[in-house]
Design a protein around this ligand. Structure first.
Ligand SMILES: [Zn+2]
Length: 379
């Protein structure tokens, strides 16, 4: 992770470069700032700059063995502690480090929620528990491989439980030789004793321009989309990514739904099997979570088509045209049945129903319901 791969935060990068150049590296540092500010990639870029054998005046080289190892999060002197869904088999970060590494390498700006989702542990409390402190001491007591610093980055340090915090405080008070601790936190809800032992650096939220530029360069967005998403993201690049996905999903679902209803109306078997099974966008290939989202979108759209012209509802321009043409085919009675069928399908997907079979029979059912009213509309 080079500084150049970290969005914005130019002042902070500058002061890190100076700290390394002057050899003034504090052994206990705390990075404080809101989600999506890039504090974690920044901390890693900082350590890479410190370890790099060929650093320039502004960045690490990105190519020496030190840089290579850090890039893969595989440097023997760089350790990580992070919140876990504690269980009998998972008591300390090293127990699931390969997974965490995988999640981080996929998205350097992942949030704590992303990480818990990655573990399939959405409903568990993320905790840095007491099992961690022994492991930290163990890892830091080993001689550094490269004969230089040993570094421990504690991500989301506010999730330390009290016992863990007290043990870590002891280590901060009497640190093993040549060690650097970087605690990363989004809130100051840490014991005062820890706050007072660390050198605090505030990592601010990104500016709108920085987020917009990142969306254009990293996510290939047009200037127009990038600016509009950046405006809503409030300096949180992670949230900007979420908004972008939602945007893309909305466009995809809307097209997919409109195609589906047209196919159901006329029941074109060939088109239906493509709609269901095509490798790039077939409904059976997009994964269970998105199938559920699509069904939720469909339920909402059927509801809108029942209400259009009767109640003031918010409909965007793209939908307006489709719904005006479509709603005559969905009189209240069949609309309510379709509504129920979609709901049932949603729960069936949750219970691992076979998507191909489910969407085929659902389409036939919807065809029957639409066909009945089609006679009326075209009569
Ligand atoms: Zn290097």
């Amino acid at each position: 992770m080079q500084f150049s791969k970290v969005i914005g935060q130019e002042h902070i990068k500058q002061s890190m470069v100076e700290a390394v150049a002057n050899g003034r590296i504090s052994h206990a540092q705390l990075f404080l700032g809101p989600e999506g500010n890039g504090a974690l990639p920044l901390a890693i870029a900082y350590i890479q700059y410190l370890f790099c054998k060929n650093r320039t005046a502004t960045d690490s080289c990105g190519a020496c063995p030190q840089c290579n190892n850090i890039n893969k999060l595989g440097h023997p002197d760089l350790h990580f502690v992070f919140p876990l869904a504690l269980s009998k088999d998972v008591e300390k970060s090293t127990d699931v480090f390969p997974k965490w590494k995988e999640a981080f390498l996929q998205n350097n700006y992942m949030s704590l929620t992303d990480w818990m989702n990655y573990l399939d542990a959405e409903n568990k409390q993320p905790v840095i528990g007491v099992g961690e402190s022994k492991d930290i001491l163990h890892q830091l007591s080993m001689t550094s491989y490269e004969g230089s610093y040993k570094v421990m980055i504690v991500w989301m340090a506010e999730k330390m439980n009290l016992v863990a915090a007290n043990k870590i405080l002891k280590i901060l008070e009497e640190p093993p030789d040549k060690t650097i601790f970087i605690l990363i936190t989004e809130s100051t809800q840490l014991p005062v004793t820890i706050l007072s032992r660390t050198q605090i650096t505030k990592i601010p939220r990104l500016t709108e321009e920085e987020v917009a530029t990142a969306l254009m360069q990293r996510n290939g967005q047009s200037k127009e989309v990038a600016l509009s998403v950046a405006r809503s993201a409030e300096g949180n690049y992670r949230y900007a990514q979420v908004l972008l996905t939602e945007n893309e999903d909305a466009v995809f679902f809307s097209k997919k739904f409109q195609d589906w209803m047209r196919i159901c109306l006329r029941m074109d078997g060939e088109k239906l099997s493509e709609w269901i099974g095509s490798a790039d966008s077939g409904i059976s290939t997009i994964g269970r979570e998105r199938q559920k989202q699509f069904l939720a979108y469909s339920i909402q759209t059927i509801r809108k088509s029942l209400l259009i012209g009767k109640l003031a509802i918010s409909i965007d321009a793209g939908e307006q045209d489709f719904l005006t043409k479509f709603s005559p085919y969905v009189p209240l009675e069949s609309g309510e049945v379709i509504f129920d069928e979609l709901n049932k399908a949603y729960h069936a997907i949750e219970r691992n129903a076979h998507p191909k079979i489910l969407f085929t029979s659902l389409s036939l059912r919807i065809h029957d319901l639409l066909a009945a009213s089609r006679k009326l509309v075209t009569a």
